[in-house]
Each structure stands twice: as structure tokens, then as C-alpha cells.
Design a protein around this ligand. Structure first.
Ligand SMILES: *Cc1c(COP(=O)(O)O)cnc(C)c1O
Length: 390
């Protein structure tokens, strides 16, 4: 039986990453102590009060029915309050916020709802691979929106005018996975202007809304004038609150776009479990935001630990201002980032992500995830340093 054209259109990079995952599993099964720093999968547990809120919600039979697509008011109003407190952005919880079943779902649904065959989905490159694969799975074409290799901000002028004319959706992501940078002062204004002029839905993937270090602050796209006319923002509970397995996020912003997102989504899934939404509301409780500081403190400690160990080993690194990722140039002497990642896995049993996995503009770099226990990170950094990569 054949693959559909859409399945077959998944990029070789996606498939290569699947092979890497398989290879790590085989190595682990054969007893090799692999340290996997290739994934963005939070290792910190979900805060206990969030788990308790879910346990209480589970015992209420009202949560056992199909959820409403508009979401539990407890969750949407907690999200509205959170946006106001964190970013000074006022949103109507009844029309401008709905739960997603995690951002992965929202990314795919948004593309399918707003982009047709023959259209183009612009995705910041380097960027999150799912922005590209969502286009493949929806039967439209992903086109790289290059990020400047020094600032990692979008270079709209580099786009081919034919792609601009065909664009229907544009993805940006700040704090940026994989580069760890924050949005530049003009980035969202330029993006909103571009979206308006070219009739494009601006989708801001805000997965790292809560993870910035050293006094840096993150920016919601809705702090920018005009964004409400053209944008939705994808908030995720996964990284900040360590809720990866729960599958909960929110699509935030333009009510008309949200209505159309829901119309499409209603045919695909039946919403997000109410008990999970109530757990999300507990996580967003304004009196319990100390958990974010704790999580950020852990990632900052890990960042400093890994950067120090790498530098001591002569590997040049720049500590990121945000995100639990270290993004570094591939050391000299390797023919590609994939060859480097393969070498590191084979030589010292550490799995890292080749920059290639994040698009063609990531090719000269690699990414280390800090979502692993300190002990593992310390050993991994020593192993990397032992390779004499300077
Ligand atoms: C981890 C990640 C996601 C996935 O978020 P979920 O809400 O768990 O689906 C989305 N976007 C980016 C950029 C990510 O790094």
C-alpha cells in the first residue's frame, strides 16, 4: 500500500530525525548509556498543585462528556488574566482565546484551515520542523523565510516575490527554537506590516513564552499595533509549566480567525478534556506563578553548567537569552551538521540535533537541549569537551 503524496512530502530532514531517534533506541537497548539532548521534552515534573487540580476534576462526571470547543471558562479566563499580567495584553476570553490540544495540533489545523494547494506557507528558517511538515501534510508548500544569521530575525527582503504573492500563512517563533533569541524590537511590527500588505495569516508560535533568562522578557505579538487584525498566537502549557503529556495550549487573538480554526478543528477532534483544561487553569493561577521562576532557574543553571563545561573544553558557545536550548556553530572539519551529530553519537553516545533539522538556514549549527537532569548534562558536556573540537 502506498503513502499518500502528502505523507511522502515530509522532508528528508524529518525522516532523518526519526532515524536518529530509532538509532538512539537501538543503542540504549543494547546497553549503551546514551544521553539524549536531541529532544525538547521537559524532564521537570508538572507542579503538584496542577496534578491535584486534575485529580479533583476527574472525579466530577461533568468533565467526562465531550468538551466545548470554546473551552472551559475557567481556562480561557485564566489565560486572559495571564496575558494581562504578563504582557499587558487585554483579550476577551469568550472570543479571543480557545484551548488547543497542544500547539502541535494548532499548527497543523491552522495551516489546513488557511492554506490551499498552490499556496505557500512561509516559515522562519531556522525554525520548528512542524511548521514545515504541517504544510507538507496539508498539501501546500513550505517556503523558508530566512532568519538573519547573526540576529536570527526574519529577512523579508530575501523572499522571492512569487512566494510572497502565493503566501497565505506565515510562522514566526520568538523566543526562537532553535536559536534561543528573543524577538527584535522591530520584528513583530515588520511582520504585521508584511501580513497586512500581502493578506497573510501571521501565526506566532509562543511555545517559549515563559523561558527567558537574566532579566530578559518575552514579547507577545499582540503588544504590536495592528497584530489583532492579522495574527493568532499559539500559547503552549508544555514548556513553561512542564505539561508536555497533557496536550494543552491556547489559540489566542483574532476572533474571526479563531472561529474558522474551530470550524476546521471540529471535524478533526472533539476538543481538549475538561479535566486537563481545569488543570491548566490551576497552572495559570496568578498566585502560583512561582513555578515559572523555579523552572526558569533550573534551565538557567543548566545553561551555565553546559556553557562552562564546553568553554573549558575549548568549544565556543554563546549562552542563549531565552529557551532551554544552546545553539552553536558546527566545529571546523565536519562536512555537515548531520555528520557532526552522527560523530558525537558514535564517539561519545550523546544525541544532539543537527541544525539541518530546523531548515536549510540552520545547516551550520547544532542544538543542545537542556531538558535533561543536571547530572546527565554535566556528563554530556564533559563528553563533548573530551572530543577536542576546538
Ligand atoms: C515544543 C514546541 C511545540 C510543541 O508544543 P505542544 O504544545 O507540546 O504541542 C511547538 N512549537 C515549538 C516551537 C516547540 O518548541
Amino acid at each position: 500500500m502506498k503513502d499518500s503524496a502528502r505523507l511522502a512530502a515530509l522532508s528528508v530532514h524529518t525522516l532523518w530525525l526519526q532515524q536518529l531517534r530509532d538509532k538512539v533506541e537501538v543503542m540504549e537497548a543494547s546497553g549503551v548509556d546514551v544521553i539524549n539532548l536531541g529532544l525538547g521534552n521537559p524532564d521537570l515534573p508538572t507542579p503538584p498543585h496542577v496534578v491535584e487540580a486534575a485529580q479533583a476534576a476527574l472525579t466530577d462526571p461533568a468533565t467526562h462528556r465531550y468538551p466545548s470547543f470554546r473551552g472551559r471558562p475557567e481556562f480561557t479566563s485564566a489565560m486572559a488574566r495571564h496575558y494581562l499580567d504578563r504582557w499587558g495584553v487585554a483579550l476577551d476570553p469568550a472570543t479571543a482565546i480557545v484551548p488547543s490540544t497542544g500547539s502541535q495540533e494548532a499548527i497543523n489545523t491552522v495551516v489546513a484551515a488557511f492554506s490551499d494547494r498552490g499556496d505557500v506557507v512561509l516559515a522562519g528558517d531556522p525554525g520548528y520542523g512542524v511548521h514545515f511538515s504541517a504544510a507538507a501534510l496539508a498539501g501546500t508548500d513550505a517556503v523558508s523565510l530566512p532568519l538573519d544569521p547573526v540576529t536570527w530575525q526574519p529577512d523579508f527582503a530575501a523572499l522571492d516575490p512569487a512566494h510572497v504573492a502565493a503566501a497565505s500563512v506565515m510562522f514566526l517563533c520568538y523566543p526562537n527554537n532553535p536559536t534561543g533569541v528573543l524577538a527584535g524590537a522591530q520584528t513583530f511590527a515588520a511582520a504585521v506590516d508584511f501580513a497586512r500588505r500581502h493578506d497573510v495569516v501571521l501565526v506566532h508560535d509562543f511555545a517559549y513564552a515563559e523561558i527567558a533568562f537574566d532579566g530578559h522578557t518575552t514579547t507577545s505579538v499582540f503588544e504590536t499595533a495592528g497584530a489583532r487584525d492579522v495574527a493568532v498566537e499559539l500559547y503552549s502549557m508544555t514548556k513553561g509549566y512542564s505539561m508536555a503529556g497533557w496536550r494543552l495550549g491556547a489559540v489566542v487573538g483574532n476572533p474571526d480567525l479563531i472561529d474558522r480554526y474551530l470550524t476546521f478543528k471540529a471535524e478533526i477532534d472533539n476538543g481538549t478534556f475538561d479535566a486537563v483544561q481545569l488543570a491548566g487553569a490551576a497552572a495559570l493561577d496568578p498566585h502560583r506563578q512561582d513555578v515559572l521562576e523555579e523552572h526558569v532557574a533550573v534551565y538557567r543553571r543548566r545553561r551555565d553548567l553546559v556553557c562552562a563545561a564546553l568553554e573549558a573544553g575549548g568549544v565556543p558557545v554563546t549562552p542563549p537569552p531565552a529557551t532551554p536550548y544552546i545553539w552553536s556553530p558546527v566545529p571546523p572539519g565536519f562536512e555537515s551538521c548531520a555528520a557532526f551529530a552522527q560523530y558525537v553519537l558514535d564517539e561519545v553516545a550523546v544525541a544532539i540535533s543537527p541544525g539541518w533539522a530546523f531548515g536549510e538556514h540552520g545547516t551550520d549549527h547544532y542544538r543542545i537541549s537542556l531538558m535533561a537532569p543536571d547530572e546527565d548534562l554535566a556528563v554530556a558536556a564533559e563528553r563533548l569537551a573530551s572530543l577536542n573540537l576546538a
